[in-house]
Write a protein that binds this ligand. Structure first.
Ligand SMILES: NC(=O)c1ccc[n+]([C@@H]2O[C@H](COP(=O)([O-])OP(=O)(O)OC[C@H]3O[C@@H](n4cnc5c(N)ncnc54)[C@H](OP(=O)(O)O)[C@@H]3O)[C@@H](O)[C@H]2O)c1
Length: 393
């Protein structure tokens, strides 16, 4: 089978490496994959592919008009890549992608078109890196109702938080270390601000509920303002801090957020380094858990190659997601929150359970309150750090 790859950076080179190194073994199993062309942005950049004769182009039309039947998208671009995916699907080509930004923003449109054009739309690598999440959830969604999914869906924030916890370092020092080691991108905003995790919980929730969950409806709080005193305070209460993505469907209402959370030492997703961990609840089982590398060159490439392998061996699940169910995002479940802020907002007066001043900051524990009530109070305030207190996971 002939394929094309769009993007030859971290993950793209990883995919080429696996396909090159395992070519004989794949052939022995009836899978003969030939990379016809690779689309990149900068044609002048020096490349060192394993396959020395690999052909590069910066002209998308060469991919669109080629006879490949599957295109792997490993670009970082959002709108251009979306338009290209539409064109490719319309031309009858299957899409495999790791691009969570495109998958999250255009989940409904891409699934619909894949169904109409009877092509495969595979995006395992877009959520949880090497951890198989999408395919198990897709299979379950066909015969099982799932009502809750949550966990750690961002390796960079976990790396930073677990290092702060273990080594007592500041956020800035750990972020710098993470960037030097390649765990964090030069622009870490999407990771530490929670947007990357928000996109992933949007994809997982939409998939398991078969309902559109809009990105804008997901309250997203990051760790960019975290300080050592937040960790010290959590520790005094017997907790650590991790950034969790949470989604729950209850009585027809959805509770969904990405938020730093105080978690106990026995919490299943209290992972260290860049490990991701996800737990799912469904009617045919109480729950089950996944854990593993949520990013990385070969790790993400591995999930991409699994998708490709499924398509080539005709074992891929046709896109069935149609978002035909509709649930209101309410965020009405009440919980306690920790808030560090310079001056406590008047509107919070009645819900403060505990408050102390430390180094010019107010450290607040709220009574039980919902994110629906809390979010409007915090919107528009200056710098603060917010965490949900998870006592009953
Ligand atoms: N890295 C990870 O661990 C990881 C994990 C999970 C998912 N992902 C997702 O995988 C995708 C690729 O990530 P990456 O880390 O491999 O990125 P990367 O190293 O920055 O590589 C991006 C590649 O896309 C190409 N590209 C960008 N815009 C393009 C355009 N308009 N037309 C053609 N080519 C274009 C670049 O071309 P040039 O080489 O010419 O610059 C580059 O080869 C992203 O969507 C990312 O979110 C990554």
């Amino acid at each position: 089978m002939k394929i094309a790859i769009m993007g030859f950076g971290t993950v793209g080179t990883g995919v080429e490496e696996i396909l090159y190194k395992k070519r004989d073994r794949l052939k022995k199993n009836g899978i003969d994959i030939e990379i016809e062309k690779v689309l990149i942005k900068n044609i002048k950049k020096e490349r060192s592919p394993f396959e020395k004769n690999l052909i590069f182009t910066d002209n998308f039309d060469e991919i669109l008009s080629s006879d490949v039947d599957t295109v792997i998208d490993l670009t970082t671009n959002l709108e251009d890549t979306y338009q290209r995916m539409l064109a490719l699907m319309k031309a009858g080509k299957n899409i495999v992608t790791a691009n969570k930004a495109v998958v999250s923003k255009y989940f409904e449109e891409l699934n619909k078109l894949a169904r109409e054009k009877e092509v495969y739309f595979a995006y395992e690598a877009a959520v949880g890196g090497a951890i198989p999440l999408i395919h198990p959830f897709m299979e379950e969604a066909i015969f099982n109702d799932m009502d809750k999914v949550f966990g750690i869906l961002n390796g960079t924030s976990s790396y930073i938080l677990s290092k702060m916890e273990r080594e007592g370092l500041s956020y800035e020092d750990v972020l710098k270390k993470a960037q030097d080691l390649g765990f964090a991108e030069a622009d870490p905003t999407a990771d530490v601000g929670g947007v990357a995790a928000m996109r992933k919980i949007r994809i997982l929730s939409s998939l398991i509920y078969n309902a559109k969950i809009n990105e804008a409806e997901i309250p997203t709080y990051g760790i960019e303002n975290i300080k050592k005193i937040d960790f010290d305070f959590a520790r005094e209460m017997g907790f650590s801090i991790r950034m969790l993505a949470k989604s729950q469907l209850s009585n027809g209402l959805v509770n969904i957020s990405v938020i730093p959370s105080f978690v106990g030492d026995d919490f299943f997703a209290k992972t260290f380094d860049a490990t991701n961990a996800v737990k799912i609840w469904g009617e045919n089982f109480i729950s089950y858990e996944f854990k593993g590398p949520g990013a990385g060159r070969l790790e993400t490439a591995d999930a991409v190659v699994r998708d490709l392998f499924r398509i080539v061996s005709k074992r891929e699940i046709p896109a069935f997601y149609d978002g035909s169910k509709s649930y209101k995002v309410e965020n009405a479940v009440k919980n306690k929150f920790y808030l560090r802020i310079k001056e406590s907002p008047k509107a919070l007066k009645d819900v403060i359970k505990y408050e102390k001043v430390k180094a010019g900051d107010q450290l607040i524990i709220t009574k039980k309150i919902s994110l629906k009530e809390l979010k409007p109070i915090l919107d528009g305030l200056g710098e603060f750090f917010l965490a949900e207190i998870e006592e009953n996971i």
